[in-house]
Design a binder for this molecule. Structure first.
Ligand code: IVH
Length: 675
């Protein structure tokens, strides 16, 4: 089978290269998920052909050479890695294999912990004093990064840390070596990148790379200025007794003063342990750090030791990985979208790539400044990220894989829709098309105007909107109201029934309440919550159009950003004319009493916050809450009554949990509405 052997050699070579990039250079060129796939393929071939396994296969040894910059530290015991599982069945298979090695009637408990995506560190204590700290290196020999680790606040320089109130002091063995993970919290990471961005510097692609870079600094003052955290989870060596169960060990480490995760749990069955891991898949953003999975460990540490290792992985523990949120792929081209305000939004056209089960072909590139700062070029291999409820975006290029043929990306000098020269306003990063009649801009404005949460004109989809603009029938949104039946019938694809239906929905939209008209106007920063507040306050479009900034900022819930944006919009002649035109076309802009809650409604006085992706647009969900008298607000506070949570909720969900607010999923909300 020469082909399979060829593939085996190829895989080994590739994996060795990626180990080197990851372990030595701290600059991986593929994602963890892609690396895992290579390893799986290699393991599969070796499992089918054990005769081909060589001692230098990456499955048999820990990858990574050592950098020459640091002194070497021989670890007192091998710093092992972990085998990966990608679903519950993989974990069950692991345990079926493992349980053959001990008597069937042995009772097994499992301790489950988050798998922190950081950098392994080995901390040496002598008589309770921190004397040395090392990286993992190749698992046998690590690098001495003691001065850097001394600057990390989570590393106690002396243990046990005696607490004033503690009655008994927990002793630590004279020689005591612990293992932990050093990392940067997501929050610290984002703040740090924002600072770097503000100064125009190059941001870090992920917290792991940043943490690794800081810990392997030659100047420890640099490390000291960086927010590195630590969590410990194992004892590597001790010349005295330490607990013989992982669960008790974690408690012991915490008691002596070492930082330990709060999210660990012990279970008496594997299914319960797996179920616990699975509860974290959708909640992974609640960890303060980047977690790439959960680790399931046989709780009995003596049994773990008896089970030994296979390759570089202990048999007694396994990592259940979360679905990947990052992948690398090729940037084929850059497209430009235009917003209704004229902002040009660049997006990446990608070689399709699977990220955590979803195929991604487009990703946002934010703005042209961001592209320049990250130095993203067409033809680059780029890191695509997708997490929580954010749109997929490009974290950065993999510079090491450049061929030299890549093309830099220039902001368009002319609008791709109307060819008008683009402009950039002082102090703003965005590039605009200044042409108010730009068909690209109008297209978006019409789409927004007719959308469900705005004027809700059914039957006027994207294609029809574009056709109405192309044929000149619609030159501004108010023109929608003067389209005739004959004009529609002349358009391709319009039979009588379809035309009548559309005309009916246009007619019906004339009676939308004031808040909808405010939303439909598309004033930047005015979403549905603000629009309703404004409608309730002014109760008339004329009063709203005449309001000044002072009056606006006095309204509860309207800040200066919204107020400035409103005044800027309502004072422009073309907008005043547009509103006049809308009125003339017969739309009856009235304040609808339904816009304020009635006391006899079942949800009267109750406040709701919506987070995550739901099966219907948020506006629709909000409308159903409001029709039952409830109020929908943007941020969670102690006063919030309910938080409606969809898929991949963000920080609002975490906050709601912290505050103990009632959480509703969509089904529970429906029940509440029906009750
Ligand atoms: S246990 C025998 N527990 O994940 C001990 N590892 O992919 C084996 N990691 O190299 C490791 N969090 O650096 C363990 N709670 C945790 C962990 C953890 C992160 C890292 C560790 C290891 C890597 C394996």
């Amino acid at each position: 089978m020469p082909n399979l052997q060829q593939r085996l050699a190829e895989l080994r070579e590739q994996i060795n290269f990626h180990n080197y990039r990851y372990n030595v250079l701290d600059d991986p060129v593929i994602s963890d998920a892609e690396y895992d796939r290579l390893m799986i393929e290699l393991r599969q071939i070796e499992a089918a052909h054990p005769e081909w396994i060589t001692p230098d296969s990456p499955t048999q040894r820990v990858g990574g050479q050592l950098s020459e910059r640091f002194a070497k530290v021989t670890h007192p015991a091998p710093i092992l890695s972990l085998a990966n599982a990608f679903n519950g069945d993989d974990v069950r298979d692991w345990f079926t294999r493992t349980s053959k090695l001990f008597p069937a009637d042995r009772q097994i408990s499992f301790t489950v912990e988050p798998k922190i995506d950081g950098l392994t560190v080995v901390l040496h204590y002598r008589e309770g004093v921190f004397i040395q700290g090392a990286t993992r290196g190749d698992g046998r020999i690590g690098e001495d990064i003691t001065p850097n680790l001394r600057t990390v606040k989570g590393v106690p320089l002396k243990i046990p840390v005696t607490q004033k109130k503690a009655k008994s002091k927990v002793a630590v063995p004279a020689t005591f070596v612990v293992r932990g993970e050093a990392f940067i919290t997501t929050q610290d990471f984002e703040a740090m990148n924002q600072q770097i961005e503000a100064k125009g510097g190059k941001t870090f692609a992920n917290p792991r790379n940043a943490a690794a870079g800081f810990l392997r600094q030659l100047d420890s003052r640099v490390t000291a200025s960086r927010p590195i955290s630590l969590l410990c989870y194992a004892v590597v060596n001790a010349d005295g007794t330490t607990p013989r169960s992982q669960w008790e060990l974690l408690n012991y480490l915490r008691e002596v003063g070492l930082p330990v995760t709060q999210a660990a749990k012990r279970f008496d069955s594997l299914d319960k342990a797996i179920a616990y891991c699975e509860t974290w898949i959708d909640r992974r953003d609640e960890f303060l750090f980047e977690a790439d999975g959960m680790v399931i460990k046989i709780d009995d540490l003596d049994l773990q030791a008896e089970l030994g290792i296979v390759g570089k992985d202990p048999r007694g523990a396994i990592a259940l990985k979360f679905p990947a949120r990052e992948a690398t792929t090729q940037l084929l081209n850059v497209g430009v979208n235009i917003g209704r305000t004229g902002i040009m939004a660049p997006y990446a056209i990608l070689e399709p790539v699977n990220v955590g089960g979803v195929t991604i072909e487009r990703a946002t590139l934010h703005n042209f400044d961001d592209i320049a700062r990250k130095d993203i070029r067409i033809g680059d291999r780029v890191i695509v990220k997708r997490s929580g409820d954010v749109i997929p975006y490009i974290a950065g290029p993999v510079v090491a894989l450049r061929s030299g043929q890549e093309k830099t990306i220039e902001p368009p000098r002319n609008c791709p829709f109307c060819d008008t020269p683009t402009i950039r306003r002082a102090g703003e990063v965005a590039i605009y098309c200044p042409n108010r009649d730009c068909p690209g801009r109008l297209d978006r404005a019409v789409q927004f105007f007719v959308s469900k949460g705005a004027m809700d004109i059914d039957g006027l989809g994207e294609k029809i909107a574009s056709r109405l603009i192309e044929t000149g029938l619609v030159e501004d949104v108010a023109d929608i109201y003067s389209i005739t039946r004959d004009q529609l019938l002349e358009l391709e694809g319009f039979a009588e029934k379809k035309a009548d239906k559309l005309l009916q929905s246009i007619e019906a939209s004339k009676e939308r309440p004031l808040s909808r008209v405010i939303i439909a106007s598309g004033i930047p920063h005015v979403g549905y919550v603000a629009a309703e507040t404004l409608a309730k306050h002014f109760r008339s479009l004329d009063k709203f159009m005449q309001a000044d900034e002072d009056e606006l900022t006095q309204i509860d819930g309207i800040g200066t950003t919204i107020a400035t944006s409103i005044v800027d919009w309502t004072h422009r002649k073309e907008h005043i004319d547009l509103i006049k035109k809308l009125r003339k076309s017969g739309i009856t802009i009235v304040f609808d009493e339904d816009e304020s809650p009635h006391s006899n409604e079942k949800l009267a006085g109750k406040t709701f916050v919506i987070t995550g992706t739901l099966s219907k647009p948020r506006d629709e969900i909000a409308a159903s809450i409001k029709s039952a008298g409830g109020k929908v607000i943007d941020s969670v506070s102690k006063k919030t009554d309910y938080v409606v949570v969809g898929e991949t909720p963000g920080s609002k969900f975490a906050r709601a949990q912290q505050l103990g607010i009632t959480i509703l999923d969509e089904a529970a909300l429906s029940r509440l509405l029906r009750s």
